[in-house]
Ligand binder design. Structure first.
Ligand code: FUB
Length: 305
């Protein structure tokens, strides 16, 4: 209910955008939002930038949830570096998915390893039951890619696909236990970006996120770093690709990095992203969201900020 009246999505959006506005988390710095709906509630998993940060030296991850896009609950730190024996620094962009009644939280550390922690609930506590990285490139194994960061997971017809990578987009299937790779890590091909330069067009920078709408898979990602880079997307009929570049998803944000996710909630689509509007500091970012629309051909109508 809003003002004593039954809330509609329209009225919820009006309250968020006109009264509360972005960023929707203001009491701490957060980045790299991964949004999912579990049991009709929206959960946003984030990195947590330190208040005095001068680098991306984050130490834990948070989750926020809502059922109306207005009132958000901070569930606190759901996992910290201190809980992971093999991880020492740089708790970067995470994701979480539900499979077989459990919640699996994927996280990169040290710009070299990806781990997975498990919980019975979307808000943790998450436990590193595996006790070692799921992906480890400290030995610079070529097919894993130079920098395995920014994991995100899509589940399609029961099969989990793990996407990750900086500059080199990668995909690998996961076994049903969600804690082992099924087959080899593969290059995620994006057609239509040949020759594109960092910060422009469909150049692949980082932050892959795949979602399905109708029968199309959309790959959202960042096309680099800096004043002209933004979130862009490509589409495919196959979660393993190849994807074809389509265009920009939204205007450039204030921060040097762009990282986001797209989710459907109560019948409407939303893009989650971060900026540095609150701090004017690239290492102290804040998560935001806006409604996203598609045209009749399934193309994303670019979000104007
Ligand atoms: O938050 C640390 C890093 O900044 C992420 O891994 C990148 O995607 C960028 O947002």
């Amino acid at each position: 209910y809003l003002n004593g009246q039954p809330a509609t999505i329209q009225s919820i959006n009006e309250v968020h955008f006109k009264k509360k506005g972005n960023p929707f988390v203001k009491h701490l710095y957060t980045a790299d939002p991964s949004a999912h709906v579990f049991n009709d509630r929206l959960y946003v998993y984030t990195s947590h930038d330190e208040d005095t940060a001068t680098y991306f030296n984050m130490i834990d991850w948070h989750v926020f949830s809502t059922d109306n896009l207005i009132d958000w609950t901070d569930h606190g730190a759901i996992l910290s570096l201190k809980d992971i024996d093999w991880a020492n620094k740089w708790a970067w962009a995470p994701d979480c998915v539900e499979q077989n009644g459990k919640y699996y939280f994927y996280y990169p550390v040290e710009r070299a390893k990806i781990g997975v922690a498990v919980s019975d609930t979307p808000t943790g506590p998450f436990v590193d039951e595996l006790g070692e990285p799921l992906i480890d490139n400290t030995g610079q194994i070529e097919h894993i890619g130079k920098e395995p960061i920014d994991p995100s997971v899509l589940i399609e017809k029961g099969q989990a696909y793990l996407y990750f990578g900086c500059r080199e987009p990668k995909v690998v299937k996961l076994k049903n236990n969600m804690m082992a790779l099924k087959g080899d890590v593969q290059d995620l091909k994006i057609k239509g970006i040949e020759g594109d330069k960092e910060h422009f067009g469909g150049f692949y920078g980082e932050a892959p996120w795949v979602f399905k709408r109708n029968d199309t898979f959309y790959l959202l990602y960042s096309n680099g770093w800096g004043k002209t880079s933004t979130l862009v997307y490509a589409t495919s009929k196959n979660p393993m690709g190849p994807f074809t570049f389509q265009g920009e998803v939204m205007d450039v944000v204030s921060s040097w990095t762009s990282h986001g996710s797209i989710v459907q909630f109560k019948g409407r689509w939303y893009v989650f992203y971060h900026n540095m509007d609150l701090s004017n500091n690239n290492y102290r970012r804040s998560v935001c969201f806006d409604e996203l629309t598609f045209d009749e051909n399934g193309k994303i109508n670019k979000l104007k900020l």
